[in-house]
Every structure is written in structure tokens, then in C-alpha cells.
Design a protein around this ligand. Sequence first.
Ligand SMILES: Cc1cc2nc3c(=O)[nH]c(=O)nc-3n(C[C@H](O)[C@H](O)[C@H](O)COP(=O)(O)O)c2cc1C
Ligand code: SF4
Ligand code: SF4
Length: 270
Amino acid sequence: MTPSLHTVFFSPTGSSRKMAQETARALAQELAQNMALARGNDWNWTFPEGRAAAHTLGPEDVLVFAFPVYAGRIPQVLMEPLARLAGHGARAILLAVYGNRHYDDALLEAVDLFGANGFSVPAAGAFVAEHSMTAKVGAGRPDAEDMAAIADFARNAARIIASGESANVAVPGNRPYKALPPAADIRPQTLDSCTQCGLCASVCPMRVIDADNAAQVAQGCLRCCACVKICPEQAKYFDNPQVDKIVAMLESNCRERREPEVFFAAAGKM
Ligand SMILES: Cc1cc2nc3c(=O)[nH]c(=O)nc-3n(C[C@H](O)[C@H](O)[C@H](O)COP(=O)(O)O)c2cc1C
Ligand code: SF4
Ligand code: SF4
């Protein structure tokens, strides 16, 4: 079978998906000069059906994995599907997508996890997107500069893959990883202006919004804000002191532009 280039992404508000696909596009273009590699699948883990699948790769395959940083970590909802992803020597290119505060230990956690699952990780990067909880932080990101940096990152990653390098990249972060915040049952509210159009239920990655009554939200909300952002009536919102506190902190401390950071296993060889 021809080796393949696949993507996996979890992306409630779309930024990680966009970055995964641009990485795959530029990676495929560059790798085509050196090796036969078919463009494989885009495995969308945003919804439960996608996260239920198990994927096994082979030693010649390449995988691009992009995820949003939640509380400085990989979203916990990805731990089960990640445990079912078997590398068997495949290369993984990892993108931690964060909302202009910081990615903390998320990239290190991802490199460790993929290494433990049988992948080698020649390149990893942290890229900025608009913060899903407030459009005032990371506004307009990823912009044209970010997308150009992602294409550059992918081309450099392709050169390292083509060189046969099999070492794992070193990335910033600490072990043990940042402690997760205590679980809290926080759900979005719904204004009477809701028209029951069903859009919010269709984008909810946890399927906790009742498709027949959008005001009914079951336990398990991630606070990903996909429903808030998509609602054409601005009828979905969070009314919670914990959320308000985080948004206030972000808006006062995290508006200064942060730039993409990229890491390669063999920087000296490039
Ligand atoms: C629950 C939650 C926690 C988040 N934690 C962080 C964080 O620790 N650091 C940060 O910079 N951004 C954080 N963000 C922002 C997301 O990482 C950012 O908006 C991401 O780009 C969303 O990706 P997506 O568009 O693919 O869903 C958080 C967002 C949510 C919803
Ligand atoms: S997207 Fe907004 S208007 Fe549509 S069902 Fe959801 S809350 Fe109601
Ligand atoms: S209900 Fe929660 S998990 Fe579902 S889309 Fe809204 S914020 Fe995200």
C-alpha cells in the first residue's frame, strides 16, 4: 500500500482544523519531491462519531495532529481516542493551537503521548488562534502571517522527514504537567430570542444540546463556545462567575500579540 499523509483534528471553533489542513497541504507538496505519499484521510475528532474510531498507521505514514490547548493541556476528551491511535513507527507533526495566553505543557504532553503510542515526532509547533472564550484576545488569528508561518513550518518538517531523521523533537513544558482545574458543571444559557434553528446543537462536540429544544443542555459541556459563536441570534451565552473571571483575566493580561513557535528534531541539519 502507498504510504499516506493523514490529519487528525479536534476543532470546535475551526482554527485547529484550518491549521491542520494547511500543514498537510504544504507538507504533501514538499514531500512529493522526495517520496511517494498519497493524501489520506482527514479524521475529524470534533464529534463523538469521529472520536469513536481507532486508527492504525504504518512506518511510512505521516500524520498531522492539531488540537486546541485547554487549560494548558490537551483537551481531556481526546485522551481515549488518542489511546487508540497506534503509530507503528509513523511520523507525527503536532500543532498545539492556543488563544494567545500560553500553551503551557500541552505541546510537551502531546510529544510524550505520541512517542508512547509508537510515533516519532520530528516537528511540533504552537500557533495562535482567537480565544474561543473572548474575541478580544487573539482577534483575527490565525491571520495571513500565521498561515505563512504554518506553511513554512510544514516545509521544514517535510525536509526532516525526507532526511530519515527518527529522533523526537524537544519542546518547552514541564513534567508533571500543569494540574487540571477541578471539574465544574457549567452550561450555556439560552435567551428567549432563540428560534430553535438547531445550529448550536449541530456544532456541539459533546452533543449535549437537545436538537429539539436548544435551551435544554445536558451535563458534559466543555465550554468550547462553538454554540455561542455560531448562534445567529446571539441567544447562547455563559452566565457564570468562574467564566467571567477567566474572560476578565484574558482581556486584561493576554492581548499582546504572541508569535508562532516551531521546534524541529534536527534543526542543525536544515
Ligand atoms: C475550556 C478552554 C480552555 C482554554 N485554555 C486555553 C489556555 O490554557 N491557553 C490559551 O492560550 N488558550 C486557551 N483556550 C483557547 C483555545 O485554545 C483557542 O481558542 C483554540 O484556538 C480553539 O481552537 P479551535 O478553534 O480549533 O476550537 C481555551 C479555550 C477553552 C474553550
Ligand atoms: S443557534 Fe441560537 S437560535 Fe439557533 S437553536 Fe441555538 S440558541 Fe437557538
Ligand atoms: S454546549 Fe458546551 S460543549 Fe456544546 S457547543 Fe456549547 S460550549 Fe461547546
